[in-house]
Design a protein around this ligand. Structure first.
Ligand SMILES: Nc1ncnc2c1ncn2[C@@H]1O[C@H](COP(=O)(O)OP(=O)(O)OP(=O)(O)O)[C@@H](O)[C@H]1O
Ligand SMILES: [Mg+2]
Length: 378
C-alpha cells in the first residue's frame, strides 16, 4: 500500500504538494473546505476543519495528517492525537503559529531575538507602551491574521479602540499584542525542515519583499547578506524548530534591522510563500521536503541548483479570462521561467500563482521573473 498523507485545507499549498506526491507515489488526500478549491485535484473529502468528527473521519483514512493552514482548533488537534493519529506538526508546536502572544512568550524563553513586545488589554496599557517606544508601535491581533490583516501601525492608543471592543465582546476576554515598530532594512525568511525523529535541514535564508502587507517577491538567497547574519538566521531557524518540536516545514519570518541585527517576526509551520522559489531552485523543493518530513523519511538536499532564484507572485491576475490565455506569450518571451498557477478565480490582490526564474546573474533573473509575472497583470 502506498504511503498516505492527509492534508487539512484545500488551498494552493495543498495543491502544490500534489506534484511531488505523484512523483514519489505517495497518496495525497485533502480535506477541502468546499468544492472547487485550489487542491480539488486531490480532494478526497469536503468538510469543516473545525469539527472534530469530520477531521477524525478523514484522518482515519491516512497515515499522517498535516496542514495547508494553521487554523485547525487545538481541541480538534488534541482529539486526533488522543485517537492515536500521527499529526505533523503536532498541537504543542502548532499553538505557537496560531497565537502570536504565545509565540512571543515562548521565544523569549528560548532566548530568541525579538522586537520589544507586550500583551495589552486596554487603551491605557497600549498608551504606556507607546510612551516607552517613541510614540509609535505595531498592534496585532494574536490570532487569525494573514496577509497583513490584523496588523496595524498606531501612533495613539485610540487607534486600536475597535479591536479592543471586539475583544471585549469575546466571551473568553483577550489581549492584543503590541510590538516596537522595528526599523528594518529588509525582511528575510529562514526555512527549516524537521523530522519527528529529529533530523533538521536548513534552506538558504531569503529576502522577502511585501507590498500592502502581501508577499510580492522573494530573492534567494538574500543578496549581500553578511555571513554573520546568514549564520544567525540559520541558528534561529534551527533553534526554533528544535525548541518548539516543529515537524514538517517551518518558516521563520525575520527582520534585518538597520543596525545589523536579526529579529523574529512570526512563524509558519507548513510550506510558505517565501519558499516557492525552491520548487524549481533547490535540489529538494519545500513541498517534497514537507512530505518527506511528515512521513519521517530522510530529508532531501535543500541546496540551490543555481546561484540565484527569484519568485514573483501573480497578484490579482487578468481582469478577464484565465491565466492560461497568457501562457503562449509568456513562454515565448521567457522560455527559462517556470509558471505555477493555483486554479483560483482572478480577483484584485488575490494570490493566483507565481513565477520562478533561476540563473547566474541576479539582475537578469529578477528581470525575467518580474517581466514574466507582468504578463498576467492588466
Ligand atoms: N514589529 C514590527 N515592526 C515593523 N513592521 C512590522 C512589525 N510587525 C509586522 N510588520 C510588518 O507587517 C507585516 C505583516 O506582519 P505579520 O507578518 O506579523 O502579519 P501577518 O498578517 O500574520 O502576516 P502574513 O502576511 O505573513 O500572514 C510584516 O511582514 C512587516 O512588513
Ligand atoms: Mg507575516
Amino acid at each position: 500500500m502506498a504511503l498516505r498523507v492527509g492534508v487539512v485545507g484545500g488551498g494552493q499549498l495543498a495543491r502544490m504538494m500534489i506534484a511531488p506526491a505523484v512523483e514519489l507515489g505517495v497518496d495525497l488526500c485533502v480535506l477541502a473546505e468546499q468544492e472547487g478549491m485550489a487542491a480539488s485535484l486531490a480532494a478526497s473529502a469536503v468538510g469543516d476543519y473545525r469539527d472534530a468528527q469530520t477531521v477524525l473521519d478523514f484522518a482515519r483514512t491516512v497515515d499522517v495528517v498535516t496542514f495547508d493552514h494553521e487554523h485547525v482548533p487545538q481541541p480538534v488537534l488534541r482529539a486526533l492525537v488522543d485517537a492515536g493519529i500521527a499529526v505533523h506538526p503536532g498541537p504543542d508546536a502548532l499553538q505557537y503559529a496560531q497565537d502570536k502572544l504565545l509565540m512571543r512568550a515562548r521565544l523569549d524563553e528560548l532566548g530568541m531575538p525579538q522586537p520589544d513586545w507586550a500583551a495589552v488589554s486596554d487603551a491605557a496599557q497600549l498608551q504606556d507602551f507607546l510612551d516607552e517606544h517613541g510614540g509609535r508601535a505595531v498592534v496585532k491581533t494574536p490570532r487569525g491574521g494573514y496577509d497583513g490583516k490584523g496588523v496595524r501601525v498606531v501612533a495613539a492608543a485610540t487607534e486600536a479602540d475597535d479591536w479592543f471592543a471586539t475583544l471585549a465582546e469575546d466571551a473568553r476576554g483577550g489581549t492584543l499584542l503590541v510590538e516596537e515598530l522595528v526599523d528594518f532594512r529588509r525582511e528575510l525568511s529562514q526555512q527549516v525542515a524537521r523530522r519527528p525523529s529529529g533530523q533538521v535541514q536548513a534552506y538558504p535564508v531569503v529576502e522577502t519583499v511585501q507590498r500592502d502587507g502581501v508577499c510580492a517577491e522573494v530573492l534567494a538567497p538574500a543578496p549581500h547578506l553578511s555571513a554573520r547574519l546568514a549564520d544567525a538566521a540559520e541558528r534561529i531557524g534551527v533553534g526554533i524548530a528544535e525548541g518548539l518540536g516543529v515537524t514538517g516545514m517551518l518558516a521563520v519570518e525575520l527582520f534585518e534591522t538597520t543596525d545589523d541585527r536579526i529579529l523574529v517576526n512570526e512563524l509558519a509551520m507548513r510550506p510558505h510563500n517565501s519558499g516557492h522559489w525552491s520548487q524549481d531552485g533547490s535540489v529538494t523543493g519545500q513541498f517534497e521536503q514537507h512530505l518527506r518530513a511528515v512521513l519521517d523519511l530522510p530529508l532531501g538536499d535543500p541546496s540551490p541548483r543555481q546561484d540565484w532564484a527569484v519568485m514573483v507572485n501573480i497578484l490579482g491576475g487578468p481582469a478577464s479570462g484565465g491565466l492560461d490565455e497568457r501562457f503562449a506569450a509568456v513562454f515565448r518571451a521567457h522560455p527559462g521561467v517556470k509558471i505555477h498557477t493555483y486554479g483560483k478565480e482572478p480577483r484584485p490582490g488575490r494570490k493566483v500563482g507565481h513565477v520562478n526564474a533561476m540563473g547566474e546573474d541576479l539582475d537578469e533573473v529578477a528581470y525575467d521573473a518580474r517581466a514574466a509575472a507582468a504578463f498576467f497583470a492588466d
